[in-house]
Design a protein around this ligand. Sequence first.
Ligand code: ATP
Length: 503
Amino acid sequence: QEDKFKKVIAHAKEYGYIFGSSEIYDGLSAVYDYGQNGAELKKNIREYWWKSMVYMHQNIVGLDAAIFMHPTTWKASGHVDAFNDPLIDNKDSKKRYRADVLVEDFREKINQKIQKDITKAKKRFGDAFNEDEFRSTNPNVLRRQKEMDKITAELTRVQEENDLVGFKQLIEDLGIGCPESGSKNWTDVRQFNLMFGTKLGASAESATDLYLRPETAQGIFVNFLNVQKTGRMKIPFGIAQTGKAFRNEIVARQFIFRMREFEQMEMQFFVRPGEEMKWYEYWKETRLKWHLSLGLGEENYRFHDHDKLAHYANAAADIEFNFPFGFKELEGIHSRTDFDLKAHEEYSGKKLQFFDPELQESYVPYVVETSVGLDRMFLAVFSSALQEESLEDGSSRVVLKLPAVVAPVKAAILPLVKKDGLPEVAHKIVEDLKWKFNVIYDEKDAIGRRYRRQDANGTPLCITIDHDTLNDQTVTIRDRDTMEQKRVAIADLKTIISEKTDA
Ligand code: ATP
């Protein structure tokens, strides 16, 4: 798995999907830039989300709020007081640790050990092997499971009770994941706010302290009435938004999975108080269906219902995805009650209520939120798409099986040879298709190598112009996944590409 992850990162760079930030200055840790293909893939995922949310629901509209917001916003939302992680530094190694990340590491290692036990037993018992039974009876697995539960319970307790001494003890107990465990040379445990601060204004004296938004949601809450009134929205209705969010994560890592600057795609759905659980269930199901529609494999998703809830929520679940480093949160669905709107009423002194014509009464709506990280979606799509296939003739190929709807380049237009008027025909086809699709022209190298290049680039279709084209106005179209080739009329290309790549 580790190997697979390394391949994902290398491939993302080699094919212009993701570069380390400011590489010529040796990079900036845990910050990444999206290259020519990455920018396109990211935009397509964003659009796929936007269409499914805003265009497919008559009662959901979009918004694009600013990253800077009035500083009181973050007092009301709880981010000034409650958006903290405890951290501890080891004085010898000068390394900084966060308890929940260490526990995550620890669980991962134990899970890997359990997986090894299972693989071994499978080999030994063959067809007679039953994984569920093995998990619930094998003493080794049970012991590891117990160890994992104990540490997880201790983390929950330490976080709930904000027990900083317990936090320090936990890190010392962990052993795995923290090479300095056992060392006595720790700093005190400190609370660390995850918001980035900055200043607005020219001179130091008049400057106002601001934060970069740590989530896009609050821009939606403060605009709730603006949108409701001008859009004449009736409850239930939703507001969707995509945009950058910033968190000064103590430990940013795992490539684009956890970054300090990232992009969210959030939708806040405003409902009648008392009806939130119905909508919470609705959105859990609807969002999972959206993920499945990309065809990355049902077995790669699972729900994780939260027992421990954030201060604003009365129900919460994650949709987890099987990343190259295991199942991790991809999207959160939260029933946020009226916490945010009520808090903004209190801090702003403005009413944020809806007059319900059916009930003939005003109330502060309840909110169900769906929140997915665009970069994490990118990683999910990209990592599961990257495959190495052995072919019938004994050779192998690297193929990036991106869902066609989000693939950066929809078709590559390839003249078989660089002469006899074939490039001219190919250029004409590009000129015709470019109004609707992102297509590219490529005439370099033998056709077989060009096909492989497009396979690795994730391009779903290759269109080859040969000498017959000059006589009968047909071309060869090759499918990335099946490698099947068909002869089709140039006049039909638009329809064929649309059928393959439209949502
Ligand atoms: P995590 O537990 O992984 O830190 P979270 O529960 O804090 O995530 P939310 O606040 O619910 O995350 O944010 C919603 C979504 O935003 C997450 O499901 C994730 O996809 C994305 N996200 C959150 N933090 C980051 C980050 N640092 N880098 C990239 N994406 C992120």
